[in-house]
Design a protein around this ligand. Structure first.
Ligand SMILES: Nc1ncnc2c1ncn2[C@@H]1O[C@H](COP(=O)(O)OP(=O)(O)OP(=O)(O)O)[C@@H](O)[C@H]1O
Length: 279
């Protein structure tokens, strides 16, 4: 299925699944779980009692109107909110059943295991090679130059960029096109061997062709990493994800199979959103 319209047509083929009330992706290997998560910025509450399970095999999309808390919640999953002084997170979030907010958790390691790709491509002002080599080097993943070269090449191949840059690895990463820069950022995340990749509107700064390439890449990476993507674009959620979580006003309204949520939402608020009544 390629778009929401196709889904509507194919609605009769879709298997019924447990719905919003359960946070569990029933057929996936569980990778991350969040329970009763609240996030406050100072006195303002941005996330209210969110519980969700993130599976390994499927891409999970977070959708919802602007300001509903999608990015805030995404950033909880690798403690990126720690970098915002007024942000306070309560509740429990586990990665492979280990509490990521436990004081013994090494946040640098956590962010290698749970990598992040941002809205605006943000390569370091260094060469293409160095952008990818930096993480493996600081995490001690290569014992020789040959090993480091191999990691860089493999990561660029996996990010679908190698063919375009193999003859100019010493050129600056910032000289690439926006779409190439975003794939470089994905290669950078991949290079430290993550288990989860969080993507915060990774295509919002890209043109349609670059967007299509990133979506194709997400499909290729599915199953190799648990992938969570925040997107404003419902067609994109339908194209790349198998699970969708709909957020509204800081709450998780509904979470289920993407095909199910778009064709047969269980909540009125989800229905209003996907039919364009607000947002
Ligand atoms: N650093 C911050 N300091 C204070 N408030 C913040 C901060 N970041 C987000 N917020 C507030 O938290 C709420 C949720 O914002 P968030 O960016 O998570 O929503 P979103 O659904 O990702 O929105 P968008 O789709 O527009 O990116 C909003 O009211 C926002 O103003």
């Amino acid at each position: 299925m390629n778009n929401v319209g196709d889904m509507m047509n194919d609605a009769t083929d879709i298997q019924a699944e447990p719905r919003a009330d359960t946070p569990a992706p029933t057929t996936d290997t569980l990778k991350m779980t969040a329970r009763n998560v609240d996030v406050f910025y100072g006195a303002k509450q941005a996330i209210d009692n969110v519980s969700i399970d993130i599976g390994m095999e499927n891409v999970t999309a977070f959708i919802g109107p602007s300001g509903c808390g999608k990015s805030t919640f995404l950033r909880c999953l690798n403690r990126m909110n720690d970098t915002i002084p007024i942000a306070r997170v309560t509740g429990q979030i586990e990665l492979d059943e280990h509490d990521i907010y436990d004081p013994s958790m090494d946040v640098v390691q956590l962010r290698a295991r749970v990598g992040m790709v941002f809205q605006k491509p943000n390569p370091f002002p260094k060469s293409i090679f160095e952008n990818v080599a930096y993480g493996p080097r600081i995490h001690g993943l290569a014992t020789s130059k040959a090993e480091l070269d191999e990691i860089v090449e493999k990561s660029l191949i996996r990010a679908g960029l190698f063919e375009e840059v193999k003859d100019r690895l010493n050129d600056s990463g910032t000289a690439l096109s926006g779409g190439q820069q975003q794939r470089l950022c994905i290669a950078r995340a991949i290079a430290v061997d993550p288990e989860v990749i969080l993507m915060d509107e990774p295509c919002s700064a890209l043109d349609p062709i670059a967007t299509a390439k990133i979506e194709e890449l997400i499909n290729d990476l599915r199953g190799k990493y648990a992938i969570v993507i925040v997107t404003h674009n419902m067609q994109q959620a339908a194209r790349v994800s198998q699970r969708t979580a709909f957020f509204h006003l800081g709450t998780l309204v509904e979470y289920g199979e993407t095909s199910d949520l778009f064709t047969n939402p269980s909540q009125d608020r989800t229905k209003d959103y996907i039919t364009g009544r607000y947002g």
